[in-house]
Ligand binder design. Structure first.
Ligand code: PHE
Length: 549
């Protein structure tokens, strides 16, 4: 029998409690389970568990016998016993009485026309056994006779065998009655059960019935079981004394109507990622939200007194306030840090430098990175090291790299500014790249995101020269909108890393939020990102397509 789920058992327990409360007794578990339409065994299991908790007491009533079909009995119940089937076969073929050796085949044939389930597939042995059973039982009941005057002997129908056939039909009817439980088993006579038992078609079982009364701790079964733990219960400590309903881990639950949805920003990020990958770019390891000022600014030749580096623009960490790993225990990195100091203080590589005293303590301050160009800087340094480790004179392997990740700025929050947002950054490092390459690759990239009309405007970044802001034409707004920033990394940034001098690195960056807002027609960035975002907006956003073409 299938096991009842926990919730079925709980419901049954509740029904028992209710009945005991109303009547003080459940007089007979058999009638109780008929009214509740549950299996007797299930009810007994629940009662036993209640007995263990002293919630009820049980008193055994007279056991009641009942019969259960065996596997063989089951088979006969459906289409009749073998002697019944064999009788049908003999009646259908009176002209040529079958030899005993023909009986198995004959039984198989008639079984199949009676719809016996395994009639086509059971083995020859099986049919021999069944034919033997049918023959022997039929002879025993006096409905068949073996005519030995013929060689080989033939099985014939006996004359005046009505009593025998009646017994056979009674047995078949009894088995059928057992099979469909509603049939009345009481009408079956003792002799028929006797036969069925002897032939192993049924087994006799006892159903122990009980009378149930409230147990010593019945009151506990009645206490209300709570399903919710509230703040008030925590505050007044009442949670310690109330009873909670146990979790029902077996409940099938209902399928969530609203599954998880990707945030529109994530969809846009994924689109950017795909475009970069299609263009043969590789994603950089971008796993530092917390960065040292060194990699975020100094390595990028951004002077230490640059306004972007103060607390009005950048988030500084108080714990840890200072980064411990900067060229410590790594001779090459230490040398690199020294070259960065020199290029800031005195210049070099054809540059005059900024002419101030560079502070390593300042470079070690921990910040939340303000742009993904910090990721690019780390990566370019690593590439330079890899190149140095190769055989002298080895050709530089050009790289196409990108990153998409979160950055942080200490902004005054308004409709278009958040303190954290996402940046997309692409770079190409190869010998002798020019501004034309930069414009070409940017044009390719923006065409793919659906912004084919571009304009470049000269701009300034501490780490690129020349630098260009990127504007794209928005046909619906009918105007040029600023969409990104770009440039060629300065020698003051690349040469201290010891990249080969002929290697140029062209790069561009843009925020994810800006094109997304334009794309989805949003006026306020806070509708897109942060705690004020409407969940319905996220749920019902269409599939993202970057670009306004
Ligand atoms: N880091 C720049 C910014 O935050 C974008 C940029 C990336 C500019 C690469 C030039 C080169 O806006």
């Amino acid at each position: 029998m299938a096991h009842a789920t926990e919730s079925v058992r709980q419901a049954l327990e509740q029904a028992v409690v209710a009945a005991l409360e109303a009547d003080g007794v459940i007089a007979d578990t058999r009638t109780f389970c008929q009214t509740k339409d549950v299996e007797h065994e299930e009810l007994v299991a629940v009662l036993n568990s209640m007995v263990r908790r002293d919630l009820v007491r049980l008193e055994a009533l007279d056991a009641e016998a009942f019969y259960e079909l065996t596997e063989e009995g089951q088979r006969y119940a459906e289409h009749g016993t073998p002697e019944h089937l064999l009788g049908a076969a003999l009646r259908a073929a009176p002209a040529s009485l079958p030899a005993v050796s023909d009986l198995p085949a004959l039984l198989q044939q008639v079984s199949s026309s009676h719809g016996v389930a395994d009639a086509e597939v059971a083995a020859a042995d099986t049919w021999r056994q069944r034919a033997t059973i049918g023959m022997q039982q039929g002879i025993k009941q006096g409905v068949f006779r073996l005519d030995k005057s013929q060689k080989p002997p033939r099985l014939v129908l006996a004359v005046a065998a009505d009593d025998g056939w009646q017994r056979i039909h009674k047995l078949c009817a009894a088995l059928r009655a057992l099979q469909d439980r509603h049939a009345d088993q009481e009408t079956t006579d003792a002799a028929t059960w006797e036969t069925a038992l002897r032939r192993g078609l049924v087994i006799k079982r006892l159903r122990k019935a009980y009378r149930a009364r409230p147990g010593a701790r019945f009151a506990e079964a009645r206490v209300q079981q709570l399903t919710d733990l509230t703040r008030d219960m925590l505050l007044d400590h009442s949670w310690e004394s109330v009873h909670f309903k146990p979790f029902n881990f077996a409940a099938p639950g209902t399928a969530p109507m609203e599954g998880g949805r990707l945030h529109p920003l994530l969809k846009v990020c994924e689109q950017f990622r795909r475009i970069f990958l299609e263009m043969g770019f590789t994603e950089m390891d971008r796993s530092h939200y917390v960065e040292s000022s060194f990699w975020n600014f100094d390595a990028l030749f951004q002077p230490q007194q640059h306004p972007a580096r103060d607390a009005h623009d950048t988030f500084f960490l108080s714990e840890p306030a200072s980064c411990v790993r900067l060229g410590d225990g790594d001779v090459r990195e230490r040398e690199y840090v020294e070259r960065v100091r020199q290029v800031h203080e005195r210049g070099g590589y054809g540059s005059l430098g900024y002419r101030y005293t560079w502070s390593e303590a300042e470079a070690r301050t921990c910040i939340l990175r303000t742009h993904t160009t910090a990721v690019s800087a780390r990566m370019l340094y690593r590439i330079a090291q890899e190149q140095r480790e190769r055989a002298p004179g080895s050709a530089f392997t050009p790289r196409r790299l990108f990153s998409i990740d979160r950055v942080f700025r200490n902004e005054t929050l308004d409709a278009t500014h958040l303190a954290e947002f996402h940046q997309v950054e692409g770079l190409v490092a190869a010998p002798h790249l020019s501004l034309a390459d930069l414009k070409g690759i940017i044009a390719q990239f923006f065409r793919r995101i659906g912004m084919p009309r571009l304009r470049f405007k000269p701009a300034h970044n501490p780490y690129t020269e020349p630098s260009m802001e990127i504007f794209a034409f928005h046909p619906e707004l009918n105007k040029w909108v600023e969409i990104g920033n770009s440039g060629i990394f300065r020698p003051e940034m690349l040469l201290p890393m010891q990249l080969p001098p002929e290697v140029r690195v062209i790069a561009w960056g843009l925020s994810v939020e800006r094109p997304t807002m334009i794309l989805y027609g949003m006026r306020n960035i806070r509708d897109l990102f942060g705690h004020r975002v409407d969940l319905n907006t996220i749920r019902h956003h269409p599939v993202c397509r970057i670009g306004w073409e």
